[in-house]
Design a protein around this ligand. Structure first.
Ligand SMILES: [Cu+2]
Length: 358
């Protein structure tokens, strides 16, 4: 019943929205087709002017004058639009991780962020970080270097897995010296005002074990959607980290905070890479493209999620970004399966995405 009501709402919205001009970007109106998908490239494939434009767009989003926060009623600590995204991720952390809809939710989240970047003068697509190229020495990654490298040495930070940083990043576009404002929103579950810098504590050993090309190949070779999804997302303990948790833990610091990891712009490049690997798995067959299933109840209870029923995710399962992204933040798993906008049979509306990985 709930799904039906949700669908009628979508259809009603579609009728209302049909007179609006067709937006380009990565999103297109119900009934349209995706004819010119944004090309998401590896960071190293961007031109230097595209890189500069990316930095400037992130800074534009993280500016209380040009892009003031809109989610202050939900998270009193936010001051900028960039922080709205952190707050929405923080708000939903307990119910969108270690669940079947983990990949769909983050796909939508990234797509909205990509659109916001493009409203701040960035004309390319969201880039990704293919760290399998850098796995021998994550600390030496040119992508990491462009984003400011490791954090400064902090004598109190943990030294596990080869970590040598832990403090604020001190160079690059997202350091204070580079003109990046402090993050106003608190860390972890703190939704209040608690300004802090971006920190990193890169753990080379995690990169070597969990971010190597074999890990990607292993995930892509999984025959079923659920095996693929659990392998790539991974868990919270060393033996099951997977590439998702391995990326967060391998860089650590701000991006290692389960709740507020989107505070580090590297979050978006890491998740775009995971999204690319999902799309690669999906491309192997039409069945893979529209594969769904797995429980919506978190398989790890460490985040104290509310009591979610143990039911299977279908393509009708609703995905939302709360008040972060308006109508386009309310969709279904089925509309997020194909990055180029086709939907499973039976869906009455088209997909909501228009991009591809190159
Ligand atoms: Cu997340």
């Amino acid at each position: 019943m709930k799904t039906t009501a949700f669908l009628s709402a979508l259809v009603a919205l579609a009728a209302v929205g049909s007179a609006a001009p067709a937006p380009v970007h990565n999103v297109f109106p119900v009934g349209a087709t995706c004819s010119n998908p944004l090309q998401r490239k590896e960071w190293r494939q961007l031109t230097s002017s595209e890189k500069t434009s990316f930095y400037n767009a992130v800074k534009c989003l993280h500016n209380p004058i040009t892009k003031p926060a809109q989610l202050g009623h939900i998270a009193p600590g936010v001051r900028t639009r960039f922080e709205d995204f952190i707050a929405e991720h923080q708000r939903q952390t307990a119910t969108v991780h270690y669940v079947a809809h983990f990949f769909a939710w983050h796909r939508l989240f990234l797509s909205r962020f990509e659109q916001e970047l493009r409203q701040c003068g960035y004309n390319a697509a969201l880039p990704y970080w293919d760290y399998t190229i850098d796995t021998a020495n994550l600390l030496g990654s040119p992508v990491l270097a462009d984003f400011g490298g490791d954090g400064a040495f902090d004598p109190n930070a943990d030294r596990a897995f080869g970590a040598m940083g832990g403090g604020c990043i001190t160079s690059g576009p997202f350091s204070q010296a580079g003109g990046f404002r402090n993050i106003s929103l608190g860390e972890n579950t703190n939704t209040g005002y608690a300004p802090h810098c971006l920190t990193r504590n890169v753990k080379n050993l995690v990169g070597q074990v969990w971010l190597n090309p074999g890990r990607e190949a292993e995930a892509v070779a999984k025959p079923t959607w659920e095996e693929f999804a659990v392998t790539l997302e991974g868990g919270m303990i060393w033996d099951t980290l997977g590439m998702h948790s391995g990326g967060h833990f391998g860089v650590s610091g701000t991006v290692g905070d389960m709740y507020t990891s989107p505070a580090d712009p590297l979050f978006y490049l890491h998740h775009a890479n995971l999204d690319r690997i999902w799309a690669k798995w999906q491309k192997q067959s039409p069945a893979n493209l529209f594969a769904v299933g797995g429980s919506i109840k978190p398989r790890i209870q460490d985040l104290n999620p509310p009591n979610v029923p143990d039911i299977q995710m279908t393509s009708w399962f609703p995905i939302n970004l709360g008040v972060l992204a308006g109508i386009e933040g309310y969709t279904t798993v089925g509309r997020l399966l194909d990055t180029k906008g086709t939907v499973p049979a039976g869906h009455l509306v088209t997909g909501s995405l228009c991009y591809e990985y190159v």
